[in-house]
Design a protein around this ligand. Structure first.
Ligand code: FRU
Length: 497
């Protein structure tokens, strides 16, 4: 039975969506159907389609009481909205259905696990949140909350763990048919930890162990954990709040952390070997992964940063979009990412330039656009002094531009979106240390109307950023201080390709 609260949200989103002009939205990145979107939730393949749920406040383009929005896709790029799946309509989740995950039960039903939030006034007048894990079961459209909710509560926590920051369960099924989930949490002194729970049937859960403790190394509370095997390693992803930068890693305050290591399945012990940021741009948070039917580990993040949400303009009635779905793998102890291969099916109008030698500013025939997949490879000229700077400017006209600039001497790649339509004094630049021994660099740039994602050196690093530049600014130009040799392969991306 759908509740009144959910029925109203469904009615509202259907009417409100019609007032949004389609071509101001990203084309192949999922954006909020209406109102506000944050984290991806319940990423799964169910009933022959990809399902992507999301943190959703349909009534306003600011964060508010969390619902779960819902969309499905055949190719992870062309999304179709379904009615909102969850609303905060029970005593145990009346202040929000926070992030969570999905899996398919042996009887074919779709199981969602999410965090139910209640907020209570304390004697001193302040409000305090309590968070617990809840279930809902459905058919891919309608979901019924489980009668014994919540299924993991404060009572299940190990000593010294806070029930106020206890959220974002990510479930998976093991080969033996039993289930595990990781949940973000922090100790009472505010340092993040990831808790592991187990279940025989997906409904009744018990605490197993603290999988990983932060000990105040990476930020504070650890949100949105995910834990999975990748090649012969295991990967723990989490989004720590309040991180301090360290060298060229972790510049985003609320950032994304990837720990790569070994996992002893007998003792359920994770041994960390490497740490890195997941994204080196400005906007990326709370990613979640899942396995496609053909065995790829695909990750989608919220392409936004909590600290830069004021980038939004006055006029919009929707806010928030997801990153590209990215295939993951581990190479030399690093997490690599590339856009899902389905993106190649959207390519049209190939333009290629080989070994262009240039200095100063140039633009190239037919190299422009705001829905673009472009590969650029640069190298210095042999026997000549190393060039001093290379830059690509895009979403460009007389007034606007977003730039990627590279200084080969210190190997720094910088994204700068200062001139991207923002009227706010927030962070618009991010510098990232990239691998380039001799001034050679390979970039794959994906533009989708209101965003840029830059895959560096075949996926070794990714920089993601939102832009709000008007669509008429569709120029692309290249700049070199010194002599640069460059190959460019550029495609337009079409949704009906
Ligand atoms: C991360 C987060 C999650 C929480 C959700 C609430 O962005 O803070 O921890 O479940 O957003 O919308």
């Amino acid at each position: 039975m759908t509740s009144q609260v959910l029925r109203e949200a469904r009615k509202y989103e259907e009417a409100s969506e019609k007032t949004i002009v389609e071509d101001v939205r990203p084309a192949f990145h999922l954006s909020a159907r209406t109102g506000w979107m944050n984290d991806p939730n319940g990423l799964s393949y169910y009933g022959g389609q990809y399902h992507l749920f999301y943190q959703y406040h349909p009534y306003d383009c600011h964060w508010g009481p969390m619902h779960w929005g819902h969309a499905v896709s055949d190719n992870l790029l062309r999304w179709e909205y379904l009615p909102a799946a969850l609303a905060p309509d029970e005593l145990y989740d009346r202040d929000g259905c926070f992030s969570g995950s999905a899996l398919t039960l042996p009887d074919g039903r779709h199981l969602l696990m999410y965090t139910g939030v209640i907020r209570e006034q304390q004697l001193n007048g302040t409000m305090l949140e309590t968070q617990a894990q809840c279930l809902a079961v459905g058919d891919g459209i309608d979901y019924e909350k489980y009668e014994n909710n919540p299924v993991i509560t404060a009572g299940d926590l190990p000593e010294g763990s806070s029930p106020h920051d206890f959220r974002d369960p990510k479930m998976w099924q093991k080969e033996d048919g039993t289930y595990r989930c990781v949940v973000g949490n922090c100790t009472s002194d505010g340092s993040g930890q990831i808790l592991l729970f187990g279940s025989r049937d997906g409904f009744s859960w018990t605490f197993r162990k603290v999988l990983m403790s932060n000990h105040d190394r990476f930020g504070k509370m650890w949100e949105c954990p995910d834990f999975f095997p990748l090649g012969d390693k295991w990967v723990l992803l989490t989004s720590p709040q309040d991180m301090l930068p360290s060298g060229f890693e972790y510049h985003n305050g609320n950032g994304t952390l990837c720990l790569i290591g070994d996992f002893d399945q007998e003792t359920e012990t994770f041994t960390e070997q490497h740490d890195q940021a997941v994204d080196y741009g400005i906007d990326f948070y709370a990613p979640q992964t899942f396995l496609t039917p053909d065995g790829r580990r695909v990750m989608i993040g919220w392409m936004q940063n909590w600290d830069t949400c004021d980038f939004r303009s006055q006029k919009i009635t929707w806010f928030g979009q997801m990153s590209l779905p990215r295939e993951l793998w581990v190479e030399n102890g690093r997490l690599y990412q590339r856009p899902v291969r389905e993106l190649e099916d959207l390519r049209k109008n190939k333009v290629a330039y080989e070994d262009l030698s240039f200095s100063g500013t140039i633009s190239l025939d037919e190299v422009k656009g705001r829905m673009v997949d472009m590969e650029v490879t640069i190298r210095p000229e042999e026997g000549r002094e190393l060039y001093r700077k290379f830059a690509i400017r895009f979403a460009q006209n007389e007034q606007f531009q977003t730039s990627l600039s590279f200084h080969p001497r210190d190997s720094i790649l910088k994204i700068d979106r200062k001139f991207s339509g923002s009227r706010r004094a927030i962070i618009h630049q991010r510098r990232s240390l990239v691998n380039s021994g001799d001034g050679s660099l390979k970039l794959r740039i994906i533009l989708d109307r209101l965003s840029a994602e830059i895959f560096v050196n075949d996926g070794e690093q990714v920089l993601s950023a939102i832009v709000y530049t008007e669509q008429a600014a569709d120029g692309i130009s290249f700049f070199a201080d010194g002599v640069v040799h460059m190959d460019v392969v550029k495609y337009d991306l079409y949704m009906d390709a």
